[in-house]
Design a protein around this ligand. Sequence first.
Ligand SMILES: *Cc1c(COP(=O)(O)O)cnc(C)c1O
Length: 233
Amino acid sequence: MTATHNPDFNSVQGLKTVQDQIDAASAAAGREKAGVHLVAVSKVHGLERIRPVLEAGQRVFGENRVQEAVGKWPQLRAEYPDLTLHLIGPLQTNKIKQAVEVFDVIETVDREKLARGLAKEFVRADKRLPIFVQINTGEEAQKAGISPKDADAFITLCRDELDLEIKGLMCIPPVNEEPALHFALLAKIAERNGLVNLSMGMSSDFETAIAFGATHVRVGTAIFGTRPKPGEA
Ligand SMILES: *Cc1c(COP(=O)(O)O)cnc(C)c1O
């Protein structure tokens, strides 16, 4: 993989390769491949690069910015009404209304104020989206997420007091650490809280994540190629 953006990267081939790798990793882990969902992370990429991946049959996508998703996905949804869009980036409370309009799953519920804001908006909009609780497994000061020691209490708050539909847990391991330790920790927190879904694993480590029980892998670069930087075509 080259370090710079390659506009000729064949995303349909990328999708096929990733699907084959998911199948192989599932088989190696003794798991059903149907239990691993691919979230194709299309952030930064334009409609002309996303459409072929939709045409090839992929229906679950992830975006990390509300504003960008609002600009891209209403049109694609009109063309493909059965697609599912996950928010995988930080959500500011002043963007909750827009996020609930454009997304189907919120993966990044990482603080009480956001959980309360979402609960209120779900009632107001009469649209109750499934959520993931984001866990800061590396306890990194600069990273979003609930720290592992506060996870059980936060999950209880979301589930029992706020009546949120918690689909599972999500994490982004620290860049320079062995991801397996973080995947194992996320699985442990989910298990003791009776949660079955684990959103973990990106292009560089999704096969490891599958070995540790990932049900949702969020893969961008391996499907779409290296993301263009601002100013690059
Ligand atoms: C960008 C992003 C991904 C995908 O990363 P790749 O390395 O391109 O596969 C996954 N998860 C989150 C939260 C992201 O922001």
